[in-house]
Design a protein around this ligand. Structure first.
Ligand code: SF4
Ligand code: SF4
Length: 229
């Protein structure tokens, strides 16, 4: 899932400024699961902004709504009127949700209420850990299902580095060394010989280094006459 955390209230207040009609929009998917920007968090933030604006002697009209997914226009369109009636929208979606609102409603000022942080998974109650850096050319098949790009502090493809110590990373001793994890897993599955195979250099053009990425599935695209009807 996309993991995010809410910005401090003071920062959100600064982003909202003097706007009179404020709409907080929550998102019902990833950021609900990581307790950052779902319905509950949208309600709490709206109420905090209302209270705080009263205390500041500048009462603002703050309401909230939550859609199932902010990153698809079909879920945003039904709340289009509420968005357009607002002076400002505080999106509690990830960075994609914020941009989806900005793109769909170009007349509306939208600001982020969250810091979008990484792609990860909940590893225990209240803890989320990074697992994927969306490199666009997955090599988990070579590394026993453990990602060295997201989980090694140096994103090494030929680790471990000389700083690995008793299974921990030299950058942060509280973090497992990804390459130790990879070695142990391949060892336990009897597949250590996989580490002996020479690999060609990774093609990073599929990652962010190649610029903004796009996937085009012609089999799913609508024919021109269908889009104009
Ligand atoms: S190899 Fe790339 S796609 Fe696969 S988990 Fe790591 S970052 Fe994500
Ligand atoms: S100690 Fe392990 S995880 Fe840390 S940078 Fe070195 S190889 Fe990567």
């Amino acid at each position: 899932m996309i993991v995010a955390e809410q910005k401090p209230l003071e920062e959100i207040k600064e982003l909202v400024g003097e706007a009179q009609k404020v709409l907080v929009v929550g998102c019902g998917t990833c950021v609900t699961v990581c307790f950052a920007g779902g319905d509950r968090e949208a309600q709490i933030l709206a109420s905090s902004l209302r209270m705080s604006s009263k205390l500041d002697d500048h009462p603002q009209d703050v309401t909230d709504l939550t859609v199932q997914r902010q990153c698809e226009w079909e879920y945003l369109d039904p709340i289009g009127e509420d968005i357009q009636k607002s002076d400002i929208v505080v999106s509690l979606g990830c960075g994609i949700g914020v941009q989806a609102i900005a793109e769909r409603f170009p007349e509306t000022w939208v600001v982020p209420g969250l810091n979008t942080t990484f792609l990860g998974l909940p590893t225990e109650q209240g803890v989320w850990s990074e697992r994927c850096a969306a490199c666009g050319d997955c090599l988990l098949g070579l590394t026993g299902g453990i990602c060295p790009i997201a989980r090694c502090s140096k994103s090494l493809l030929n680790g471990p580095c000389g700083g690995s110590e008793e299974g921990h990373c030299e950058i942060d001793p509280d973090t497992d060394c990804a390459w130790q994890l990879i070695y142990d897993r391949l060892d336990s599955l009897g597949k250590l010989e996989m580490l002996m195979k020479l690999q060609p250099p990774k093609n990073w053009s599929t990652s962010r280094d190649g610029g903004p990425r796009k996937i085009i599935r012609e089999d799913l695209q609508l024919a021109e006459e269908e889009t104009t009807n």
